[in-house]
Structures are given as structure tokens and as C-alpha cells.
Design a protein around this ligand. Sequence first.
Ligand SMILES: Nc1ncnc2c1ncn2[C@@H]1O[C@H](COP(=O)(O)OP(=O)(O)O)[C@@H](O)[C@H]1O
Ligand SMILES: [Mg+2]
Length: 246
Amino acid sequence: MSDKAADAKKPGQTGELKRKILSSGNPELDSKMGGGLPSGTLLLIEGSSGAGKSVLSQQILWGALQSGLRATVFTSENSVKSLLSQMESIDLDVMDYLLLGRLRVHSMELARLGESAPVTLLDAMRTYLTKPDLIVIDSFTSAISHAKSDVQILQFFESCKRLCASGMTLLVTLHDSMVNQDLLSALRSMCDAHVILRSEKDGQRLIKTLEVVKIRGAGSVTGAIVGFDVEPGWGMRLIPISKARG
Ligand SMILES: Nc1ncnc2c1ncn2[C@@H]1O[C@H](COP(=O)(O)OP(=O)(O)O)[C@@H](O)[C@H]1O
Ligand SMILES: [Mg+2]
């Protein structure tokens, strides 16, 4: 390779080659997500109630902790205790990480915070003793419904992007039908990665699907759709779509 060609391939010059890949700890899921999430990704996980937003974010959280990363979770749905037991119920035991201080969990009362929710949350995300590699916000829906304006939410996402530019990976879950379409399209385009989870009725059965709309910096994944089940004691089990629709 000529010096010029070697230079062109030097990591860091494009900012892409150097990025670490975050594994979910579930190889099948990683492969559907283009081999895993590049670090510094802002990932939007959309879906209605029960579609699997929390389970998917818990799976990615688990993978990050397993590979030695630090993580902070902001949850509007759980206490620390209920999050631990929910994760344990799908065989993701994170107690040790919590005790070691590699995992922090903050319960957020978005409804009580009202209009100030996005700003308060952002302040909390920027305040850390040791910088986390991953931040999970599950879910951000209520902050949107209480926000002053769409602009406030867009500004929040812009600040999230700045945190990602410093190498942090950020997961934000959202109940899509609670957000107006214009705002939703703007948020989708701001994110580096976008996953839509659906729970569809097929005759008597409810089928869960995961669509990877985009993951910037990963292999070719656009439009990949896979079916999955959530099984007690196991977690997300991917199933081929034809079988899922079976
Ligand atoms: N331990 C478990 N055993 C069986 N099903 C579970 C378990 N934990 C979660 N689920 C199921 O996984 C699905 C997705 O849940 P969740 O991720 O909480 O949805 P969302 O966050 O999108 O509202 C739900 O149908 C829920 O009942
Ligand atoms: Mg949830």
C-alpha cells in the first residue's frame, strides 16, 4: 500500500475506523444490528407499550457492562430494585456491577418535573464522578408530553449529540404514538441509529418485531426486520420472521 493510501485508512482521520463496537452480549442480536453499535451512537428505540423497548435497552446495557464499560440508567418506569429484578427475570443479573459502581441507576419522575424535565435530565447526564460509556434513558416519552415546546426537545437531542461526539453512547426509548409526526421525523433524522419495535396481532398470536431502520457506521442493516420473543429466564430470543408470522 502506498503511503498515501495508508494515510487515507488511518483510524481517527474519518472518525469511524477507531470507534469501538458495543456488543449486546447476544450474538444474534448484534448481527441483526450490523455487528453491534459503534460507540458514540445516539440510538432511538421506538415502540408502543409492551413492544420491548425496556428489554432491548436492558440487553444492550448488559452487553456494555459485561465488556467492562460503565453505564448510567435514567428510568421513568422502575426503582433501582424493580429494575434489578426485571433484569434478573430475563437472566441479566447486574447487581455486582451496581455494587462495583460500574452501573448507576436513577429513577426519574418526569411528570413531577414537568416542563423542566429535559433540562434537569440533561444536567444529571452531565454530572458524573466517572464518565459513563453508556447512558440509557427509558423512557423519554413523558418528558416530551410535558415539554414547553418541540424546540426544547430538539435542543435536548442536540445536547445528546454533543455528548455522543465525546464518545458516549446514548439510548433513548420513546413511545412513538405519543409524539407528533413532525417532531418524530426530526428526532429520527438526528439520531445515528434508529430501531422500531412493534407488537403486531397475527390471528390469535401477538408477534414482536424489531426493525433496524439505520445504524450509522455499522454494516448494511437498513430495513432488517426480525421477530423475537421475550422468555422468562432467557430474555430476547430472535426468531425468523416467517416462523414469527407462522
Ligand atoms: N421476565 C419476563 N418474562 C416474560 N416476558 C417478559 C419478561 N420481562 C418482560 N417481558 C415481556 O417483554 C415484553 C416487552 O416488555 P418491555 O420491554 O417492558 O416493553 P416496553 O418497554 O416497550 O413497554 C412485554 O410483553 C413483557 O411482558
Ligand atoms: Mg418500558
